[in-house]
Write a protein that binds this ligand. Structure first.
Ligand code: ATR
Length: 289
């Protein structure tokens, strides 16, 4: 990588930032495409608004934003993408006149990852497990892309009800049905897509899963787990045992990066280059599939 007077800088704002794979993703893309851009981590301990102002003053091309600033940073934006605004969280800032425009490529990246596996949301009934920040964003995505009915199952049903009420109100459609996790037996008798959006099963708790009963997994034709560590979660194993297809969340991470890179550089990354970066990611994670 040659750095000179024309090099553009992008970076990751968050706390912590030490374990991120984003510099590898973006610097590989820049190098492969011969683009004069570098991507570095920026540890921001507080005052993310000052960081955004500073970034603009320093002529940074764009930024990713991670925990704990994905919502807080929205106050510092010049503009915001429609879906990101509805979700209430951004992870990508793109330089525009007078500041930055916010996007949520976590969620558009999830959509692209699912599409790459042939998963469809349009006119589908979907099960979402969880009602935390990730599940909430997934619920918005499902409605945004025309899912028919979304069953949102959570341990604490109050939280599922809150998320459902908010998504239904913002999207102006009674599409999300909140349920308690233990009421999974009441789900309709049909096979559906199920997106696992809780933190249960995340390494080192590999053997954990939100629902143990194999009967539940008979209702799933495809399972997508947002977790990628481990790469074959207990949720995925149970889906596959009942004949369904199951995928981990590493491609979501890949595509959130690719979509950010495309926004900053106004390019389109083809499948060949996407796969090349994905292979490196899998290598770093010791994942085979
Ligand atoms: P994130 O931002 O990653 O979504 P979060 O907002 O902390 O994280 O949400 C964690 C999700 O995992 C919640 O849906 C949580 O359920 P509760 O709302 O009932 O707490 C779910 N979760 C965490 N541990 C769980 C467990 N042992 N069993 C069932 N669900 C669990």
């Amino acid at each position: 990588m040659k750095i000179n007077g024309k090099t553009r800088t992008c970076g990751l704002v968050g706390n912590p930032v030490e374990h991120t794979m984003s510099p590898m993703i973006h610097n590989t893309l820049a190098e492969e495409l011969g683009m004069n851009m570098v991507y570095v981590p920026f540890l921001v301990e507080d005052a993310v608004d000052t960081a955004v102002k500073g970034a603009y003053a320093l002529n940074l091309l764009g930024m990713n934003v991670t925990v704990p600033y994905k919502s807080e940073v929205m106050k510092s934006l010049a503009e915001c993408d429609e879906l990101a605004e509805k979700i209430g969280a951004v992870n990508t800032l793109v330089r525009v006149n007078g500041g930055y425009k916010g996007y949520n490529t976590d969620i558009t990246g999830l959509y692209r990852a699912m599409s790459s596996y042939g998963i469809v949301l349009e006119h589908q009934n979907v099960i979402i497990l969880g009602a935390g920040g990730a599940a909430r964003a997934v619920a918005f995505l499902c409605v945004y892309h025309g899912a028919k009915q979304v069953y949102l199952l959570n341990r604490s049903v109050e939280k599922a009800q809150e998320v459902a009420a908010e998504v239904n109100r913002v999207m102006d459609r009674e599409c999300i049905i909140p349920m308690s996790l233990k009421d999974y037996v009441c789900l309709p008798e049909e096979k559906m897509l199920c997106i696992q959006a809780t933190s249960v099963g995340l390494s080192p708790n590999d053997s954990e899963v939100v629902i143990e009963d194999t009967e539940f997994y008979k209702k799933i034709h495809t399972g997508y787990d947002l977790i990628y560590r481990p790469a074959n979660t207990r949720f995925m194993q149970l889906v596959k045992q009942q004949g369904g297809k199951a995928y981990h969340g590493l491609k979501m991470l890949l595509y959130q990066g690719i979509e950010a890179f495309e926004l900053w550089n106004e390019v389109k990354i083809d499948d060949e280059l996407s796969n090349k970066v994905y292979e490196i990611m899998k290598g770093e994670m010791n994942i085979e599939e």
